[in-house]
Design a protein around this ligand. Structure first.
Ligand SMILES: CC(C)(COP(=O)(O)OP(=O)(O)OC[C@H]1O[C@@H](n2cnc3c(N)ncnc32)[C@H](O)[C@@H]1OP(=O)(O)O)[C@@H](O)C(=O)NCCC(=O)NCCS
Length: 174
């Protein structure tokens, strides 16, 4: 996928990394609370065991800087059931503010798509309707907006729309 030229490495995140993962994710859910459909309180309710199991079941990657610090994360889940298992979900994309625009998000998405391609035919994701930067990023990675869910997310007393996006990744009969 054409994008930024910087070379960023990615590593798979598994259950052993749960503490580091949850702490990094909490940073994103806090600093960019308006960009997510979930909050830190949801992760607390779900608990460590839920996340350990999910990290081993899903495919989650972290982008890593030269000095081994995580600078971004993103996840892929395959939908469950014979009639839905040709589809996958991209979730939890977050890159630290200072690492944005430098290729970390591209490296994460490229890794997720490369993995997805061997498991599913198509990918879907949801993004807050006013998150123009994320939408531009997903469009550059081949996602197309196919709808808007009105009032999808409740934020205090207000409701926000979400954009629904999808793309084919190429496996016809996974
Ligand atoms: C979404 C996110 C992972 C993308 O990573 P990134 O490094 O910022 O992405 P990139 O810089 O590669 O791409 C963003 C694109 O939006 C463009 N852009 C930047 N600011 C923009 C804005 N205000 N409006 C529209 N487009 C914008 C950039 O020019 C770039 O497009 P281009 O490369 O074609 O020029 C990152 O911004 C992030 O973590 N945001 C906060 C959390 C979030 O929104 N997560 C997504 C939840 S669905």
């Amino acid at each position: 996928m054409p994008g930024h030229q910087n070379c960023v490495s990615v590593q798979r995140v598994v259950s052993l990394d749960v503490e580091r993962f949850l702490s990094f994710r909490a940073g994103g859910l806090t600093s960019n609370a308006e960009s997510f459909r979930v909050g830190c309180e949801d992760d607390r309710v779900l608990g460590r065991d839920y996340w350990r199991e999910r990290l081993d079941r899903d495919y989650v990657v972290a982008a890593v800087s030269d000095n081994d610090a995580w600078i971004g994360i993103g996840g892929f889940s395959r939908l469950v059931g014979h009639r839905l298992m040709h589809k996958g979900l991209i979730w939890g994309m977050f890159v630290t503010e200072e690492a944005r625009g430098l290729g970390a998000a591209d490296a994460i998405m490229d890794a997720l798509v490369a993995h997805a391609r061997t498991h599913v035919r198509q990918l879907q994701l949801t993004v807050m309707g006013d998150n123009s930067r994320a939408i531009a990023f997903y469009e550059r990675h081949g996602f197309r907006r196919y709808g808007i869910e009105p009032d999808s997310v409740r934020l205090g007393d207000a409701y926000a729309d979400e954009a629904l996006m999808w793309r084919i990744v190429g496996v016809v009969d996974p």
